[in-house]
Write a protein that binds this ligand. Structure first.
Ligand SMILES: *Cc1c(COP(=O)(O)O)cnc(C)c1O
Length: 394
């Protein structure tokens, strides 16, 4: 068949309308710098460089050999995994969960965070999203044709959203409130009193609270992060996302969970049974080993991050870029020099030192004026990066 001009294919509007990826230009600049022969060290990525503990890897090795694990897993995860998650929540937070209706394993929590809107948000529904924040909260909303209402986080409010500043008509229309403490990118932690305020707000307006607790086990100086579900009345209006990624250095394994309100868990479960087929069963057994195994190694791992944190803070102080000391998370979040734009500052640093730090504005407009440094760079590379920063003149 003779064909004329090829048709102009086009993706969905909802994809075209996603906000531009701010870091596309930045990635190009980093690649350019590398192509010029510079040894660029990125302090931008929040992905643990330290290995998954041996006792977890060993279970994967063993269970990967069993043919029973080569088949489709159960949609809702192995019951043993759900029970292990419920036991871990009881042990760690004193939160009681029903393993059959209040626990759902995820293929990494990002997957569940992104799918939540498909389960809960109709086109045009309003979703309250912190700015700055983890991008998946807003992108998931947009992919479901929901409408994002931004909640600016500010230093003077401890990087917590001001719920009283939300207009009454917005609160009335809102379907979901996203939160995450210990926070990415600001490294802020939330006092339990704030969660109590959130529960009151959600009860009043019938809003589903989605709390992202990815960093609860990465904490310093003895700090113990709470679960949102510890608050009385939380499970009636809320769910909590959690992940083995940051807790057990398992980002590549893709295993996480959501727990709490059973109506929301059921809705998300229904979406998932239609779009995925669960987590490789050997990874689920490894996850059980992680949750049930020795937790004392976490302390040493966190001390390792804490030494890096302190080294970063010392260097920042020496060059006049004082940042607050984070009590949890994998990040140092601090202000760029007065008057500078965060992207300009990061690019200048890249140009002059071949060290990359993330501009705060990449996490939302309210992140302008800040930078984020990740603590997941191997020690020798971090040391080299800090030596370069010490030679940097603001
Ligand atoms: C890393 C991270 C996650 C977890 O991602 P996984 O998909 O479980 O690997 C979730 N929320 C935030 C804020 C994160 O930084």
């Amino acid at each position: 068949m003779a064909r004329g001009t090829a048709p102009a294919l086009q993706g969905a509007r909802r994809i075209a309308e996603l906000p531009p990826y701010l870091f596309a230009e930045v990635d190009r600049r980093i690649a350019e710098k590398r192509a010029q022969g510079h040894d660029v060290i990125s302090l931008g990525i929040g992905d643990p460089d330290l290995p998954t503990p041996e006792h977890i890897v060993r279970v994967l090795e063993e269970t990967a050999r069993q043919p029973a694990n080569h088949r489709y897993p159960d949609y809702y995860g192995l019951r043993e995994l759900r029970v292990a998650i419920a036991d871990w929540y009881r042990e760690r937070f004193g939160v009681e969960l029903d393993a059959d209706t209040e626990v759902l394993p995820l293929i990494g929590s990002k997957e569940g965070i992104a799918h939540l809107a498909t389960a809960w948000v109709d086109p045009g529904d309003l979703v309250l999203v912190p700015d700055p924040g983890y991008p998946v909260y807003s992108i998931g909303t947009m992919l479901a044709n929901g409408e994002v209402y931004w909640l600016p986080l500010r230093a003077e409010n401890g990087w917590l959203p001001d719920l009283k500043a939300i207009p009454a008509d917005v609160a009335r229309r809102a379907r979901v409130l996203w939160l995450g403490y210990p926070n990415n990118p600001t490294a802020a932690v939330a006092p339990i009193e704030f969660f109590e305020e959130v529960v009151d707000f959600a009860w009043e307006h019938g809003i589903l609270v989605c709390h992202d607790n990815a960093y609860s086990e990465v904490a310093y100086d003895g700090y113990r992060a709470p679960s949102f579900l510890q608050v009385d009345g939380a499970r009636e209006i809320g769910i909590e996302f959690h992940s083995l990624s940051k807790t057990y250095n398992m980002t590549g394994w893709r295993i996480g969970m959501v727990v709490g309100n059973r109506t929301a868990i059921e809705a998300l479960g229904r979406v998932k049974t239609n779009v995925d087929s669960g987590i490789f069963q050997a990874v689920q057994y490894a996850g059980i080993a992680a949750l049930r195994g020795d937790q004392s190694w976490l302390e040493g791992r966190n001390q390792h991050y804490q030494r890096r944190r302190d080294a970063v803070l010392t260097t920042l102080n020496r060059i006049g870029l004082a940042a607050p000391t984070p009590r949890a998370s994998l990040y140092v979040w601090g202000p760029v020099p007065r008057g500078a734009k965060s992207v300009d500052f990061s690019l200048r640093l890249l140009d002059e030192t071949a060290v990359w730090i993330t501009p705060g504005v990449g996490f939302g407009p309210a992140g302008e004026g800040y930078f984020r440094i990740s603590l997941t760079t191997p020690d020798d590379r971090l040391k080299e990066a800090l030596a370069r920063l010490e030679r940097f003149r603001l």
